[in-house]
Write a protein that binds this ligand. Structure first.
Ligand code: ZN
Length: 265
């Protein structure tokens, strides 16, 4: 039996961070992320960004270079409370502004104030958004069934309490392998707050059983994994994507199917 429970380099656990609103504290948080080798996704509004000079916009984008820039609407409108046409503008104009500083297609999102409904999700899809995070923390290490209803594990204030549970089970057969922490960097108001997030980072970083990924890395990898073409006897694989993909066979073998190749293993 083939299982899609393996991530890049044969790892079986994933850690990701997701921060909203684009506060100046992002700079310090990113320095911590870089120090500990983890990846973050930063969901940014663009209302004030577009008032900056070209040079300042460039410098702003540079801050996020090792991480992912993602949407959060132009002006933090609530997707479930505004007309569909306004929401289209909030997303498309946000994408345009962010793509200018990011230099790649910005196709991720977190719903401002966690606001979404079925109609808002359809509008997001039509605007090319492929995943969006909610604010509904599950307390669990779930991968999303639906990337446009991507519920995180916890807000960073609850992360320390869950670190040991995650790290003490790295070798178990969990089907829920993702520790997803979200928050706002403007919530780090005191040195005590910064010490707490650094303690979380110390506990969960630097482990070769964990893939440290942005939100979009996870979306792209899982989407590629689902595109694998597999023979009935589960020996021959074709990976039509541009991403190397790993799977587990019969709960004992970890197989790599290189991008663009057909292999018999
Ligand atoms: Zn927000």
């Amino acid at each position: 039996m083939i299982q899609f429970n393996v991530y890049p380099d044969g790892k079986k656990r994933i850690v990701t961070f997701s921060y909203d609103d684009g506060h100046k504290n992002d700079q310090r948080l990113i320095e911590l992320f870089d120090k500990y080798g983890v990846k973050g996704t930063f969901h940014l509004n663009s209302k004030s960004l577009i008032t900056l000079s070209e040079e300042d916009q460039k410098a702003f984008g540079e801050r996020y270079r090792n991480h992912e820039i993602s949407c959060h609407t132009v002006s933090h409108g609530w997707p479930s409370k505004i007309p569909s046409a306004s929401l289209v503008g909030e997303i498309i104009e946000n994408r345009k502004a962010l793509e200018k500083i990011a230099g790649y297609p910005v196709i991720g999102m977190s719903y401002p104030s966690g606001s979404f409904n079925d109609n808002a999700i359809e509008v997001h899809k039509a605007c090319g958004i492929v995943y969006s995070r909610t604010t509904l923390s599950t307390g669990k290490f779930l991968l999303p069934d639906d990337f446009l209803r991507w519920h995180p594990t916890c807000h960073h204030k609850g992360a320390l309490a869950l670190c040991d549970s995650f790290m003490n089970n790295l070798d178990s057969e969990w089907t829920h392998p993702l520790f997803y922490i979200w928050g706002h960097s403007h919530e780090f108001r005191t040195e005590e707050d910064w010490r707490e997030i650094e303690t979380v980072l110390q506990k969960i970083s630097g482990n070769d059983k964990i893939w440290y990924a942005t939100n979009l890395d996870i979306y792209n990898y899982m989407t590629a994994q689902r595109q694998l073409q597999i023979s009935v006897d589960e020996r021959t694989f074709y990976n039509p994507t541009a991403i190397d993909v790993w799977v587990e066979r019969d709960k004992k073998e970890i197989l790599c199917i290189p991008k663009g190749q057909t292999v018999t293993l």
